[in-house]
Design a protein around this ligand. Structure first.
Ligand code: NAI
Length: 712
């Protein structure tokens, strides 16, 4: 069955792209070959005068072209194969660009990667003014570069600086923004797309309409219109991306070089683009980023239970207990998703504060133009407050975010349970209390589940759902479906102290504390881990999270797992001195009156007992100690069944604590390095720091058998 259908409207050929049996259109080698044959047929008709213009449109309801077929990337065994695929596509799109007629791209829905590159090769682009219409070149997010002419045509279409920004961030542009920057020439209502596209094609072909002339602004012209200006822009882009990537994301540099080559002789830019595309496709970085893409896609289909389970309960509204920091965040993301939220706290003052916090989150979205004024008003009006549990009778899901105190949690459960319908779900957002302990206070423990949100809730993508042996399957599927409906990436883990994400963080943070105790400088530790690929260093993280919170969870881990996860004593001394981190503007760093961070507070070294010594430990040694402590703990979690499969743990580590995405997650690191090598290094470290680096049984077994963590 063909992916393309050709119809006629007078002298206009309308090519509809609609891949049979697929939810979205994707470019693969075979699809491009088919497109080539279709276009050649039309070109012949142009020659004999039967066709005067062409429209390319999608047959899918809300998607134009989602991009390249990413499965196919994994079939490239050599850089030459990937390069050839790119070069063949380039030839096809070049033919489109040079056609003797006019081709109009009619864009509704996602127009990503190869889809946008196709549109760029057309003579005219119309997009629908619709929230589903999004344009982007996301290749660098997969460790690749655009390979179908995107690095060459985009700068010509929108200017060098805008193009670099789009390519290096991979960010999504809405239709309005695309019009503003000149990426598309016109916006229309979705109902008019096809008709207007046909009309424009005809007008352009007959000369009744001419191509719009784009004028760069004064600054744009000064900077980009001449080689010196361009070299300044390119130099800045190189410096920025080196700073951001710290050498870990080679595609950023490659994309800049391909763009730069586009200002030289015509063919050289395209040739370099496909060569670099081929090289990037073979990098381990790209393989790992593609693995993450597949893992998150698979997670979207995972219901959170193995085997049969009743369908998820519909959750058309939620209740949130506790309107503090986390409760407000949970209410805001629920309202954003269009759900009415009933907000309960002990006083009207506290509810007022909670509502103000919700308003701030939504206002920020309005300020960033992610929502309209109308949407802001609608979403904010979805949240209502009570001190009395009124309006709870018909809520299917209650999320509890009261103080982290099991007695308080039991008290609110006792109060709320009798007021709810019998199948209502009670989710607790505790960060440290085992879910079984919370459930003990409920008369229906099978309806209790953990929903561990991360702070700030509206920014952090992960939701860790925690189930106990008692949790009913329908409670799990409902919680998972709800989490997804509010835009979270959801992993389901089994109940255990610290669950998964905080548990693997514990030995990592403890090890950072030990290094401080040994006299290593604060910034040396942070810098080493930034170089390794974490978005913030561990000591900065301590200041951000709060030393009091870290201290409490440290004590819980020490109680549950003994000396292996016991925090360093030096840390306890820093906490005892009253330093809480950013929240009281006193931690490992100094802050000014407005809360801006200034630099390391060297007076901390006296508290650590290392004021005169500054131990020199190589960055690699710091990285190895911290990362292996985390990886070994992650393996223990897999061994104990805390995570159900490696995929969930890798996604949890990346989305929950910023484990470097290009490394693929702790389990992917074991497979990349080899379990035997990991075990060898752990043994060496355990010799130096007895008890903290004992390789777990599962790692030892994998090392002995030579098997990977991932089965396939
Ligand atoms: P918070 O102190 O900001 O808010 C707690 C709220 O609960 C307050 O508004 C308080 O008035 C309210 N509350 C107390 N007793 C109540 C009752 N009987 N009925 C109704 N409301 C009551 O605390 P935060 O930070 O929002 O934490 C809440 C929960 O979320 C805790 O279990 C915490 O461990 C967990 N958590 C916190 C994270 C964080 O980064 N702060 C991250 C993940 C989970």
């Amino acid at each position: 069955m063909s992916a393309f259908k050709v119809e006629r409207d007078g002298g206009v050929a309308i090519v509809t792209f609609d891949m049979p049996g697929e939810p979205v259109n994707k470019f693969s080698k075979s699809v491009i070959a088919e497109f080539d044959a279709v276009m050649e047929g039309i070109e012949r008709e142009v020659t004999v005068g039967n066709v005067g213009a062409i429209v390319i449109i999608s047959g899918k309801p809300d998607s134009f072209i989602a991009g390249a077929d990413i499965d196919e990337f994994l079939t490239f065994n050599t850089a030459a194969m990937a390069r050839a695929a790119s070069a063949e596509g380039q030839v096809r799109f070049a033919a489109l660009e040079r056609t003797r007629t006019q081709v109009v791209a009619a864009i509704h829905g996602a127009c990503m990667g190869g889809g946008l590159e196709l549109a760029l090769a057309c003579q005219y682009r119309i997009a629908t003014e619709h929230s589903k219409t999004i344009l982007a070149l996301p290749e660098t997010q997969l460790g690749l570069i655009p390979g179908l002419g995107g690095t060459q045509r985009l700068p010509r279409q929108v200017g060098l600086q805008t193009a670099l920004d789009m390519i290096l961030t991979g960010k999504n542009l809405r239709a309005k923004k695309a019009l503003q920057i000149g990426l598309v020439e016109e916006l229309v209502h979705p109902a008019l797309l096809r008709a207007v596209a046909i009309q424009r094609a005809r007008e352009l072909a007959t000369g009744a309409r001419s191509h719009p002339v784009r004028r760069a602004g004064l600054m744009g012209a000064l900077l980009e219109g001449n080689p010196i200006g361009r070299s300044i822009v390119l130099r800045q882009a190189r410096a920025m991306s080196e700073k951001r990537a710290r050498g870990n994301y080679p595609a950023l540099g490659a994309a800049i070089e391909a763009v730069a080559a586009g200002y030289g002789p015509h063919h050289e830019g395209y040739a370099l683009e496909s060569r670099l595309f081929g090289e990037m496709a073979m990098t381990p970085v790209s393989r790992q980023l593609i693995n993450i893409f597949f893992a998150t896609t698979a997670l979207k289909k995972d219901r959170g239970v193995t085997g049969d389970a009743p369908p998820a309960l519909p959750v058309p509204r939620v209740a949130v207990l506790g309107t503090g920091f986390m409760g407000a965040g949970i209410a805001a993301v629920s309202a954003q998703a269009g759900l009415p939220v009933r907000f309960k706290d002990v006083s009207h003052e506290q509810i007022g504060r909670g509502l103000a916090a919700v308003r701030d989150v939504l206002k920020e979205r309005l300020r960033r133009r992610q929502i309209t004024r109308q949407q802001y008003d609608d979403q904010f009006s979805l949240v209502s407050g009570t001190t009395e549990y009124t309006g709870f009778a018909n809520v299917p899901l209650v999320v509890e975010a009261v103080f982290e105190d099991v007695a308080v949690k039991h008290k609110v459960l006792r109060e709320v349970e009798p007021l709810l319908r019998p199948d209502a779900i009670l989710a607790t957002n505790t960060s440290t209390i085992p879910i079984v302990d919370v459930a003990r206070g409920a008369t229906r423990p099978e309806r209790v589940i953990g929903m561990h949100f991360f702070s700030p809730v509206h920014k952090m993508p992960l939701l860790e759902i925690i189930v106990t042996p008692q949790t009913a399957p329908q409670v799990i599927t409902t919680a998972v479906a709800f989490g997804r409906s509010i835009g979270k990436t959801v992993i389901v883990v089994n109940d255990s102290p610290g669950f998964f994400v905080n548990r693997i963080l514990a030995p990592y943070m403890n090890e950072a504390g030990r290094l401080l105790e040994e006299g290593v400088a604060i910034d040396a530790i942070d810098d080493a881990m930034l170089d390794w690929g974490f978005p913030v260093g561990p000591i900065t993280l301590l200041d951000e999270v709060g030393l009091d919170i870290a201290g409490k969870s440290g004590a819980i881990f020490a109680a549950a797992f003994g000396d292996r996860l016991k925090p360093s004593e030096a840390m306890a001394r820093v906490l005892a001195s009253g330093r809480l981190g950013r929240k009281n503007k006193s931690g490992f760093f100094r802050y000014d009156a407005r809360g801006k961070r200034l630099g390391v507070d060297s007076s901390v070294y006296a508290l650590l007992g290392t004021s005169r010594t500054r131990a020199r430990v190589r960055a690699e040694a710091i990285q190895e100690r911290l990362s292996l402590a985390m990886i070994n703990e992650a393996m223990r979690c897999l061994e104990e069944g805390v995570v159900r499969q490696p995929r969930d743990g890798d996604i949890g580590a990346i989305f929950g604590i910023g484990f470097p995405p290009f490394r693929g997650g702790p389990f992917r690191v074991v497979d990349a390095v080899g379990a035997a090598q990991v075990v060898n290094r752990l043994k060496v470290l355990n010799g130096l720091h007895p008890g903290r680096f004992e390789p777990c049984a599962m790692l030892a077994q994998l090392a002995a058998t030579g098997k990977p963590v991932y089965k396939s």
